[in-house]
Design a protein around this ligand. Structure first.
Ligand SMILES: Cc1ncc(COP(=O)(O)O)c(C=O)c1O
Length: 482
C-alpha cells in the first residue's frame, strides 16, 4: 500500500470513529458503486449538489420503461392517452404532498418549471398594495430578491433583515422587531430560505409561527434545504414553499413545485390567464372563469412526460430515507469544515477563510470559503476553478446568486456599493475593481446523497495546491455574471 493510501485509510478510520452514525449510511456506498457508478468511472469528485443533485441510473431506467410501454397524450383532454397522462400527473402531485407530509385539505402542489417559477408565481400574484410590506433576509437567492420588483411596482415597502458575520445568521432578537403588526387590512409577506445556498445556515423554521402570530404570510424557499433535510408540513405551516426537484434527486430537470396553503392561495391575484388555467374564457365578452386549485397556477401544458419521474425520484429518496442522507452529509460536512479550517501555510497563517458557521450546528452541507495567500489576500476564485478542473473536481465559484450573503461575508457596506456606478456596458469585473472589493466571489463545496470520504480526501489533496501560493496567473477569464 502506498503512503498516500495508508494515510487516507488512517484518516478515514479516525473520521469513522469521530462520526459513529456514518456507519449506518453504508447503503449509500453501495448505491455509489451501482446506481451512481458513472461518478467513479469518470474519476469525478462532485461537490456541487446545491447547484444540482445527481440522479440514480435506476431512476432513468424506471422512467424510460414507463414511457416505452404506454402512450401518453396531452392531459388537457379526456381521450384515453390523455387520461393516462392525467393519472400520472395526479399521482405525482399526490406523491409530493405525501413526501412532505402535507395534508391535501391544507396544501396544494402546483407544478412549475423550477423553484424560481414557484417564487415568481407568488411574487407576481401576491396582493401587495401601498402600505403593505415585503420583508426578506439579506441571505436569499436572487429569485427571491427579485420579488421586491413586484412589491415596488405595487407600492409595497421592501425591507431586508441583515445577517451577522461571521456566522451569517440573523440575530434572533432582531426578527420580531421587523415583524411589526400593521394596523388595518394589510398583506405582509416574509420570505427566507430554510437553508442558505451560500453558507448552508439553517434559518429557524420557528419563524413561520412567529410571523403568523403577527399576521404575516410566509414564503419559505426550501430549494437548498429539502435535498438533505426533512420538511414536515404537518409540523410547519408556511403559506408558500418553493422547491426544484432536480436539486433533490437529479432527474428530471425543468420541474419544480409551489406548495401552497389553500387559504393563502386564495389571496393571490394572477395577473393573467392562459391555456390550462381557466374553466372558460370568451373573446366577444372579456370575461374568464379561473380553474380551481392548482390548475389556475399551471400555465399551459405541464411537463407531463417528466412528471412521472418526480414520483420515481421521491420514492427513491424514501427508500434510502432522508434521515440517512442527512446523517451522511452532516458527518462528511463536519469533517470537511474542520479540514478547511485547519489548512495552514508553512508560516502558520490560515490558508482558508470560511464564510458562515465554523461548527456543525443548525446548518446544512454547503460550505462557502476562499483560499488565502500567505499575506491574507484572497486567491482568485477563477484560478481555483482552473485547478479544480485539473483535478476533475466540480465546485461552484462566484456569488451563487446570493448577493446579500456575499455582501455580509465580505463586509461590503451599502456606501461602498452605491459609491461605484454600475454603468451601461460595464462587466462585473469592472465594478469589482471600481469599488475595490477584495474578491469577486467565493468557492462553494456542497455535499449530497452519494458524497463519500474518498471525495473529501481528493478535495483535501487538491487544497494543498494553495499552500504557500503567492500569486496566480494573469490570464484568467473575465467574470461576466454574478
Ligand atoms: C435557495 C435557492 N433558492 C432558489 C434557487 C433557484 O432554483 P432554480 O434555479 O432551480 O429555479 C436556488 C438554486 O440554486 C437555491 O439554491
Amino acid at each position: 500500500m502506498s503512503l498516500a493510501s495508508s494515510q487516507t485509510q488512517s484518516l478515514e478510520t479516525a473520521f469513522r470513529r469521530d462520526h459513529p452514525g456514518y456507519a449506518n449510511t453504508a447503503v449509500l456506498d453501495e448505491l455509489r458503486r451501482t446506481d451512481f457508478a458513472r461518478l467513479d468511472r469518470g474519476g469525478h469528485v462532485y461537490l456541487d449538489y446545491t447547484g444540482g443533485g445527481l440522479y440514480a441510473e435506476s431512476q432513468l431506467r424506471e422512467h424510460m420503461r414507463l414511457l416505452e410501454n404506454d402512450v401518453f397524450g396531452n392531459p388537457h383532454s379526456i381521450n384515453p392517452t390523455s387520461a393516462a397522462s392525467t393519472e400520472l400527473v395526479e399521482r405525482a402531485r399526490a406523491s409530493v404532498l405525501e413526501f412532505f407530509n402535507a395534508s391535501p385539505e391544507e396544501y396544494v402542489a402546483i407544478f412549475t418549471p423550477n423553484a424560481t417559477g414557484a417564487l415568481r408565481l407568488v411574487g407576481e400574484a401576491y396582493p401587495f398594495h401601498p402600505g403593505d410590506r415585503f420583508l426578506l433576509t439579506f441571505d436569499n437567492h436572487n429569485s427571491v430578491n427579485g420579488i421586491r420588483e413586484f412589491a415596488r411596482a405595487r407600492g409595497a415597502e421592501t425591507t431586508y433583515v441583515p445577517s451577522v458575520a461571521p456566522d451569517l445568521r440573523v440575530d434572533e432578537d432582531l426578527l420580531p422587531r421587523y415583524l411589526t403588526d400593521t394596523p388595518g387590512d394589510h398583506h405582509n409577506l416574509l420570505a427566507y430560505p430554510a437553508q442558505s445556498n451560500f453558507s448552508g445556515v439553517h434559518h429557524p423554521l420557528g419563524w413561520i409561527e412567529l410571523a403568523h402570530s403577527h399576521g404575516w404570510d410566509v414564503l419559505l424557499d426550501a430549494a437548498a434545504y429539502v435535498p438533505t433535510s426533512r420538511l414536515d408540513l404537518s409540523r410547519w405551516h408556511p403559506d408558500f414553499v418553493a422547491i426544484s426537484f432536480y436539486k433533490m434527486f437529479g432527474w428530471p430537470t425543468g420541474v419544480g413545485c409551489l406548495l401552497a396553503r389553500r387559504d393563502a392561495l386564495a389571496k393571490l391575484e394572477r395577473p393573467w390567464f392562459s391555456g390550462g388555467t381557466i374553466v372558460a374564457a370568451f373573446v366577444q365578452r372579456e370575461y374568464y372563469q379561473s380553474a380551481p386549485g392548482a390548475a389556475h397556477f399551471e400555465d399551459g401544458t405541464v411537463n407531463y412526460l417528466n412528471l412521472p419521474a418526480v414520483e420515481i425520484g421521491l420514492r427513491f429518496l424514501d427508500r434510502i430515507g432522508l434521515e440517512t442522507i442527512h446523517m451522511r452529509v452532516s458527518a462528511l460536512g463536519d469533517w470537511l469544515l474542520g479540514a478547511l479550517d485547519s489548512l495552514r501555510h508553512t508560516d502558520g497563517s490560515p490558508a482558508v477563510a470560511i464564510y458562515g458557521p465554523r461548527t456543525w450546528q443548525r446548518r446544512g452541507a454547503t460550505i462557502a470559503f476562499n483560499f488565502l495567500h500567505p499575506d491574507g489576500s484572497v486567491v482568485d476564485e477563477r484560478y481555483v476553478d482552473r485547478v479544480a478542473s485539473r483535478h476533475n473536481i466540480s465546485l461552484r465559484t462566484g456569488c451563487f446568486c446570493n448577493p446579500g450573503a456575499g455582501e455580509v461575508a465580505f463586509t461590503i457596506s451599502r456606501e461602498t456599493l452605491v459609491g461605484g456606478e454600475f454603468g451601461e456596458g460595464m462587466t462585473l469585473d469592472d465594478y469589482v475593481r471600481a469599488i475595490g472589493l477584495p474578491s469577486g466571489g467565493a468557492i462553494r463545496a456542497s455535499l449530497g446523497l452519494v458524497s463519500s470520504f474518498a471525495d473529501l480526501r481528493r478535495f483535501q489533496q487538491f487544497a494543498t495546491e494553495f499552500i504557500d501560493l503567492r500569486s496566480v496567473p494573469d490570464d484568467l477569464p473575465p467574470r461576466n455574471t454574478c
